[in-house]
Design a protein around this ligand. Structure first.
Ligand code: SAM
Length: 402
């Protein structure tokens, strides 16, 4: 099943692939190709074929510069407690990152067997180093959530084999803090944002998206994946700017978005800690989610975890924004992930009411295939947020497979 929020958004997803097909076919990365309306390409929707990963051995991992600061694992104590691992059990870390959670588990639980996954080759490199130190305990896996079942079955790990799984969604600080990766709003770099661009060189990056898609598709991406109220205004500013010069840098995009607002609006938005947030923050979030297909991947990951866990096994999910959290919440509730599109204001109001009701029921509803382990969704303590503001919006859901 796909994370099909509305038909418009589904087409926004396929726009990217269709446009890439034109690039792959023409081999022409030229400005005149960037503004192709994707509708012109729809005659050949299957042309996008170059999604096969580059073999890991052919990659120059050393050429990918990891950020200097490592990632601080979020809600570490709570995660360790909720996973409830016992000596000799089998654990899967679906989002290894810098390995903070896995390392803590290795030191807390004797003889634990760890399968570690990440789509990012930088994280994989770190996993391999850790597996050298813990030879018989850690198995590193490079790939996406959607590839997990195959990766594990190649190693003889089938359905119902795992005691606990952790999915710590989103990006790591190593990704955000490395300007060359193109995720950062504050540091200039190429507008890339792909978590595994080296493995999938033909996968469109954020610059491809902002330079190729038409205004409506861009606005749809910004409003869907960034929940950006000013999506149309920002999309219009992007289209206008790229008609003069292609958008290739993170700071260039941040200035274009800023240019669509008055000076007083630039930092008028506040984050959860009431700190000023740049007006382009939601634009960057939307592009990152779109480029990496994060919500579909998240859903695929949750499904894979369910298959791989033993009955009684535990799944801990850390999310960092409302879109991710909604996917996790609905998954545990067994709710269909596809939401009907909002056609008019009445329907929007109806949906909002249904959502509020769902939120009220959330903690009480016993999912058919899952039992929540705590009554409430857990959030980080204030002291943790002060030490690590990046974790401020974390929500931890833990459930036991029935
Ligand atoms: C928040 S970080 C995890 C940090 C980690 N728990 C730690 O303590 O260092 C999320 C990680 O998940 C990875 N990731 C995101 N989406 C993924 C996917 N679909 N498949 C595999 N890995 C993914 C990212 O590359 C990133 O390294």
């Amino acid at each position: 099943m796909s994370w099909a929020v509305t038909s418009q958004q589904v087409s926004a997803r396929s726009f990217s692939r269709l446009w890439k097909a034109a690039l792959v076919e023409s081999r022409a990365r030229q400005p005149q190709c960037w503004c192709l309306r994707v509708s012109q390409l729809s005659a050949n929707p299957h042309a996008f074929t170059s999604r096969r990963p580059v073999h890991q051995d052919s990659m120059k991992e050393s050429s990918i510069s990891a950020g200097k600061e490592l990632h601080t694992p979020v809600m570490l104590k709570e995660v360790l407690h909720c996973l409830g691992l016992k000596p000799g059990q089998v654990f899967l870390d679906m989002t290894f990152g810098a390995g903070g959670h896995t390392k803590a588990i290795l030191s807390a639980v004797p003889d634990v067997r760890v399968y570690a996954l990440d789509r990012d080759p930088v994280a994989f490199h770190m996993m391999r180093q850790l597996s050298e130190e813990h030879k018989s305990q850690v198995t590193p896996l490079l790939g996406r959530f959607s590839e997990l079942r195959d990766l594990l079955s190649q190693r003889g790990v089938g359905p119902g084999s795992l005691d606990a799984v952790l999915l710590d969604a989103g990006c790591s600080s190593m990704q955000f803090d490395c300007p060359e990766r193109g995720f950062s709003l504050s540091k200039d770099g190429p507008l890339d944002m792909r978590m595994d661009g080296n493995r999938y060189p033909d996968m469109p990056n954020a610059a491809d998206v902002v330079n190729a898609l038409d205004q409506q598709a861009l606005a749809s991406i910004l409003s869907t994946y960034g929940e950006e109220r000013h999506a149309k205004k920002i999309a219009s500013a992007i289209v206008e700017a790229r008609s003069i010069y292609p958008i290739t840098r993170t700071q260039q995009l941040a200035s274009i978005v800023a240019g669509a607002f008055s000076a007083s609006a630039l930092y008028a938005r506040k984050d959860l800690l009431q700190r000023p947030a740049h007006v382009a923050t939601k634009t960057f979030q939307a592009l990152r989610i779109f480029v990496n297909d994060e919500l579909n991947e998240l859903y695929a990951g949750l499904q894979a975890a369910e298959t791989l866990l033993k009955p009684g096994g535990r799944l801990c999910v850390l999310t960092f924004h409302s879109l991710e959290d909604r996917v996790a919440k609905r998954f545990f509730q067994g709710v269909d992930q596809a939401v009907r599109p909002c056609h008019n204001i009445r329907e929007k109001i109806r949906q909002r009411r249904a959502q509020e009701l769902e939120e009220k029921e959330d903690e009480a509803v016993a999912a058919t295939r899952w039992a929540y382990l705590q009554n409430r969704v857990m959030t980080p303590l204030m002291e943790e947020v002060q030490d690590n503001p990046r974790g401020r919006s974390a929500k931890l859901r833990v459930a036991c497979k029935l």
